[in-house]
Design a protein around this ligand. Structure first.
Ligand SMILES: *[C@@H]1O[C@H](CO)[C@@H](O)[C@H](O)[C@H]1NC(C)=O
Ligand SMILES: *[C@@H]1O[C@H](CO)[C@@H](O)[C@H](O)[C@H]1NC(C)=O
Ligand SMILES: *[C@@H]1O[C@H](CO)[C@@H](O)[C@H](O)[C@H]1NC(C)=O
Length: 510
């Protein structure tokens, strides 16, 4: 295993109370109280997303033809009668049920009591009630998905999703509202900081730490009663595991494997929930390249659990139906102040911009082809002194976002923040929130083999089309913003919505 990412971004960790430390206790209470009033619960959709990688010439035709995953599943009549969504989903559920029986038998044989606290019957009926609620949520989402002539049948004081950036705005809105009503997450308490219950809040891995900290604060859909939970969160930080357990250049990852294996054993022995679903209603998240590798030490975690990964590389076992793509957001200071916004389209003087080091083969091809060779496509491995990276994003029409050592690039969100149309250059990558967002409406995707044609492709996009896409980038921005205190429809909630969709797609039985 190589050491990756060394020197790219500093590695700092959030303090215990990263956002309220400078506030008076009274102010913190004022900020915290409104969020505490919100009560929430969960669910998931088995979506084999036929995500099309590649530039699409006729972007406007996509919103109809590409009714994806999400809406296809919801509009499938099967869904209302049964949770089993498709042959693939069925076999997944079937295998879970089969293995559940085996586990139950083993436990009986070992004389191990499955449940401390409440009785098995009680727990069974609680689970059944939760599953019934999920069934009603699915039916409601399906109904909403079929309404195409209205912006939204629901009033929403904050925001009503609408327009071509969404695959199906009504289905998304309904699903979001159902999530707010039902989602409840139990955060396991086992494990000690810094490897558990914390993570980096600055650097390119910031989403990992920021999300773990938000969940630990207990404001976002969390419950202290695991029997009320629809989802179980495993709050370990792969970034911190790597930092504390991996000796640089040792190529020796067994310590990380042992830590994760022991942790899941403890969870499985102390609580009944892991064995009940074989991990299928449990989730972890990581922005580190080694997220997939770390989960591979526990087969059920890798194959059953919901893994929220920046490294959403289908070739590394990422399954869009079960796993969720995690946006990589580079917060150098830990704050987003100053990152949002950019010049109006008419004042954007640069056609395309990229600056970054030679990490991985895609960047090699990009640099080889374009580095300091063209006056419209500005590609650098190192920015000339005096030129600010952020200001380049803000004055470019298109921002190139090639994969680096791994598929995700923090440049995608940087571009969206700077209102620059992102150009995704990657292979086997599933962009974040793909089951909700219609990426082709606001981003350009260029295949690796078309790197030499970048200029031709971008010049081929008409001014009208460009203006449309740029407007949509501004519209989609709210879904990628990491607010100090999470706000509805922001990145935190979108990540939770991805996880909720995946929970909606499975049916847990005791
Ligand atoms: C939307 O479609 C439904 C059923 O197709 C119809 O009853 C309703 O009047 C339509 N609403 C609008 C605003 O067109
Ligand atoms: C996941 O399941 C597949 C097929 O059952 C198996 O071959 C593979 O080894 C499993 N992955 C891990 C990490 O255990
Ligand atoms: C995706 O995974 C495959 C298989 O491990 C690997 O060959 C490829 O380089 C990965 N892509 C990136 C950009 O990391």
């Amino acid at each position: 295993m190589e050491d990756r990412r060394h020197g790219e971004g500093e590695m700092e960790h959030c303090s215990k109370k990263p956002f309220f430390s400078s506030f008076s206790p009274f102010l913190s209470l004022l900020v915290l109280l409104p969020s505490l009033v919100l009560v929430f619960l969960v669910c998931k959709l088995d979506l084999e997303i036929p995500w099309r990688i590649g530039f699409d010439k006729d972007l406007s035709s996509l919103q109809n033809s590409q009714l994806n995953s999400f809406s296809n599943i919801i509009s499938s009549p099967k869904l209302v009668e049964s949770v089993d969504l498709d042959p693939k989903g069925q076999s997944f559920l079937h295998s879970i049920e089969e293995s559940q029986k085996t586990v139950a038998k083993d436990k009986e044989a070992n004389g191990k009591s499955a449940t401390p606290g409440i009785s098995k019957t009680e727990r069974y009926s609680k689970l059944k009630k939760l599953e019934e609620k999920l069934g009603r949520a699915r039916a409601a989402i399906r109904e909403a998905s079929q309404i195409h002539n209205l912006t939204s049948i629901h009033h929403d004081p904050d925001y009503v999703p609408t327009g071509p950036i969404y695959r199906n705005p009504n289905a998304f809105h309904r699903s979001y509202i159902e999530m707010e009503k039902l989602l409840k997450i139990y955060v396991y308490k086992e494990g000690e900081p810094p490897m558990f219950h914390g993570g980096p809040c600055k650097s390119i891995y910031s989403t990992e730490g920021r999300f773990i900290h938000e969940m630990e604060k207990g404001n976002l859909y969390t419950t202290n009663d695991p029997d009320q939970a629809l989802l179980y969160f495993l709050p370990f930080s792969v970034v911190n595991l790597v930092q504390y357990l991996y000796v640089p250049n040792s190529h020796e990852v067994n310590a990380i494997g042992t830590a994760i294996t022991d942790y899941i054993n403890v969870i499985s022995n102390k609580h009944p929930f892991w064995d009940r679903s074989l991990g299928a209603d449990h989730f972890m998240l990581s922005c580190h390249d080694w997220g997939p590798r770390t989960t591979s030490f526990v087969p059920l975690l890798f194959n059953n659990s919901i893994r929220v990964l920046c490294n959403a590389n289908v070739s590394e076992g990422f399954r869009p139906s079960k796993d969720a793509s995690f946006p990589e957001i580079h917060l150098r200071t830990g704050e987003i102040d100053g990152l949002l916004g950019g010049l109006s389209p008419s004042r954007r003087s640069v056609l395309a911009f990229f600056a970054g080091r030679l990490h991985g083969h895609i960047r090699y091809l990009l640099l080889q082809e374009w580095k300091e060779k063209d006056e419209d496509v500005l590609v650098y491995d190192e920015l000339p002194s005096g030129i600010s990276y952020d200001s380049m994003l803000k004055k470019s029409r298109f921002c190139l976002c090639p994969s680096g050592y791994e598929v995700a690039s923090p440049r995608v969100v940087e571009a969206i923040y700077a209102e620059c149309v992102p150009v995704l250059i990657s292979e086997s990558y599933v962009p974040p929130f793909s089951d909700v967002l219609n990426w082709n409406s606001f981003a350009v995707q260029i295949q690796v083999k078309d790197i030499p044609n970048i200029k031709k492709i971008l010049n081929g996009i008409s001014q009208t089309q460009y203006l449309r896409m740029q407007r949509r980038v501004k519209q989609v921005q709210r879904h990628f913003v990491l607010n100090g205190t999470p706000k509805r429809f922001d990145a935190f909630h979108m990540i939770l919505h991805s996880i909720w969709l995946r929970r909606l797609n499975i049916h847990i039985q005791d």
